[in-house]
Design a binder for this molecule. Structure first.
Ligand SMILES: Cc1cc2nc3c(=O)[nH]c(=O)nc-3n(C[C@H](O)[C@H](O)[C@H](O)COP(=O)(O)OP(=O)(O)OC[C@H]3O[C@@H](n4cnc5c(N)ncnc54)[C@H](O)[C@@H]3O)c2cc1C
Length: 297
């Protein structure tokens, strides 16, 4: 069998992988997307009809620029595919100012949403309990609770988003292989070997966007959750606090925000009850031209 080589292989084509695949294909690198099922499907985290989206991210202000950009991109994808994806119905978060709940990511959630909106100049309104009841009579907040209302918040048709991403990826030349399970990754002397049941595929770099399956595929140290970093150059640190780009796994790195052409991959939390804001980024910078590309082949 001919040895197959790609600049990048994306493993897992849910919300994260399908978007990565599209952007990689558009950037001109040769890219293969692999999924064990046929996305959109009902097995992964991206299954279901809708997902909430908002701009002022109470889980961490480091995420706000990504959320802002994502809304622009959803509109772009709608224009390019004709798909109906984003509905900006407005979103309402109700909470007690200064609360201190058991889940760390949720403490002061409404305060942090308001602070993020102010910091990034995101249109919003802060409502008293009485104002919430007047505007949204199906809610009955307690007197001391307040509401953060973001008119641009709303929801996405999540499986249609995956379909649209994959459609655009194909349009930009990505190869997509469905029903193929990646069993193992290995060092390929500067690149990565991707072992499936049938063959070994070679790649300059690999994006692992296997959702809840990622820890099993990657093993240590990626089976420990990383935490979103609140601000600064580094967007994530691993649990031990090591700086990004320092995790020594062949071909797989934790990415930092610095530099051009860097791509972030956000893996969903694995199944051990990790907070939604504890996600991982596993991607070194893409450097078109470093490996064989569709353009220079
Ligand atoms: C009930 C629920 C509600 C949520 N609500 C929201 C919300 O309102 N707003 C929001 O922003 N987020 C929400 N989320 C989170 C969001 O849905 C996830 O973060 C997102 O779908 C994760 O996508 P993913 O691509 O990382 O993972 P997945 O969708 O799980 O994709 C992983 C893919 O990898 C493939 N795969 C796995 N292992 C292999 C392998 N070995 N070889 C090949 N392929 C493989 C799988 O088949 C799958 O297609 C919610 C999640 C859940 C579960």
């Amino acid at each position: 069998m001919t040895k197959r080589h790609y600049d990048v292989v994306v493993i897992g084509l849910g919300a994260m992988g399908s978007a990565s695949l599209w952007h990689l294909a558009r950037s001109g690198v040769s890219v293969l997307g692999i999924d064990r099922f046929s996305p959109p499907h009902n097995q992964g985290s991206t299954h279901g009809e809708t997902r909430i989206t908002r701009r002022a991210i109470g889980e961490g202000e480091a995420l706000v620029p990504l959320a802002l950009r994502s809304h622009q991109l959803w509109r772009q994808i709608e224009t390019e595919t004709g798909a109906d994806l984003l509905h900006e119905t407005g979103s309402l978060i109700i909470g007690r100012p200064g609360d201190n709940v058991a889940r760390p990511g949720r403490t002061g959630f409404v305060d942090r949403s308001i602070a993020a909106a102010r910091h990034f100049n995101i249109e919003h309104q802060v409502l008293s309990a009485a104002e919430i009841i007047a505007r949204f009579p199906n809610f009955t907040p307690q007197d001391e609770e307040i509401g953060y209302f973001e008119p641009g918040g709303g929801y996405l048709h999540v499986e249609a988003c995956v379909e649209a991403n994959l459609k655009l990826a194909r349009r930009h030349g990505a190869t997509i292989e469905l029903g193929t399970k990646v069993l193992e990754l290995g060092d390929d002397g500067g690149g990565v070997k991707i072992m499936t049941g049938n063959e070994t595929i070679h790649a300059g770099q690999v994006v692992v966007s296997a959702g809840p399956w990622a820890p099993g595929l990657l093993g240590a140290p990626f089976d420990e959750p990383a935490q979103a970093h609140p601000a600064g150059d580094a967007l994530v640190r691993n649990r031990a606090g090591s700086p990004p780009d320092m995790v020594a796994v062949p071909g797989v790195h934790v990415a930092s925000r610095r530099g051009r052409n860097r791509l972030f991959l956000w893996l969903s939390q694995h199944q051990r009850g990790v907070d939604e804001n504890r996600r991982r980024i596993l991607w070194p910078p893409i450097r078109p031209g470093r490996h064989r590309t569709r353009r220079n082949r």
